[in-house]
Design a protein around this ligand. Sequence first.
Ligand code: C2O
Ligand code: CU
Length: 527
Amino acid sequence: MTRREFLFYSGFAAPLFAKRDNDPSAIPLGSNQLAKFVDQLSTPPIAKTAGYRAHPHDASKKISYYRLRMQEVTHKVHRDLPPTRFWGFESSSPGPTIEARSGEPLLVEWQSDLPHKHFLPIDHSLHGAGPGVPDVRNVIHLHGGRVPPESDGYPERWFPPGGASLNFYPNIQEATMLWYHDHAMSITRLNIFAGLVGLYVIRDRFEDALQLPKGEFELPIILCDRSFLPDGQLSYPVSGDPHHPWVPEFFGEVILVNGTLFPYVELQPRQYRLRVLNASNSRFYYLSLSNGEPLRQIGSDQGLLPKPVELKTLTLAPAERADLIVDFGGHHGQKVVLNNDTLAVMQFRIGNKVHSSAGIMPSSLRSVPKIPEQEAVKTRLLTLTGPPDDDDPTVMGFPMLLNNAFWSNPVTENPTLDTVEIWSLINLTADSHPIHLHLVRFQILDRRPFDMFQYFNNRELRYTSPAVPPDANESGWKDTVRADPGMVTRIIIRFEGFAGRYVWHCHVLEHEDNEMMRPYDVVKPGP
Ligand code: C2O
Ligand code: CU
């Protein structure tokens, strides 16, 4: 059990879960109740264009146009379970993968053909979910995309079933794997839990030239932990307070890999490129291979690392991505398990023959020029705070906040377009929070432990030991950063691309839905 899970299970949330129904059909299946490695891994289909449309800013140009409809879908997640209801795109959850090229813009029309009733427990006391608001509402955000504000999927720009939104994705960024997901105000955790996620891969010439494994040798791995009832349906917990069903975090009993539980995949004894996404609500993953071989990470959230990084264990916070090369050469006929901590996630079955060239590992990848700290025109000290006292049951449901402000408070973060800022994230909670900024990519400067009591009592930032540089696999471009408890995490950001209203937030979806999200403005420089 990780530190955050320990705090969660032993802390203020525990009594609520203890008070579950005695009815066995209402108790989620544990991971040892399901046979492992009996279903084959599936990969999401590749999205097909629905034709061409005029470029929104240059009508003389035609660009690819996609139409993706959100729909209720059912599929079997496991051989021994009845089909599960999900919400997906077209007929799949996760949705079809959009393949894009850097420099080639495209349009996606997101439509909702979802039912008018939600099948998961909405908390109407949360901001934005009150009376007069339809239960089912959606807006799609391209996570990690450098996208104009009107196409970014602002949480309040949701539309109801029957509605649609045409979004322009300029793809003015380097090769990497982004993902799209629902971002509707205060029900994102439920909409994503229901299955509204998909991949968006950007490729470019630089990456092509590296000749990394591709086609059937490049595997997307989308990880979502979930709980299932014996009837095969998704189970999301409630707090026990009917007026405030929101729970502070969600940890599922089992892990879906591209929509299947404990899948296996048959591979050739050669190199594979695994593109891993943590699409879970709250869970952090600690991934490793059962044969003790390292994972080689070549890219993170926003693209390739300067050079490959060997990892015994890969830590992946919600919304983070890892681009991995795994070499199964020399493992003819073996079975290797991908584990999360000590629990199995999936199995690789390695065959005896290599049918094509096995691939080489480039020793250097893409340079990541450091943004000099002196370029920063501003340093912002931003706190992450929780309820005043975790053990006091009266504060149940009390939100965690960014910089002590609620969603509805006026904008306080207003960087100027094309300037550099340092954001110091002062984490005063007992949790690690994955902090994500829309629009931008950034670099992690360091993390530094500080005296929390000094801060609480006198607002004084007193460091207790030297700053720790980011991990080797965090030294590339990022869009989501772990802000660890008791640490000041510093990131350096150039606000490039577009001016306008965006958001920054914690990517633990339960936190994000309950006030741990703030609007921010990128402002045009004055005359
Ligand atoms: Cu992946 Cu604002 O989100
Ligand atoms: Cu959080």
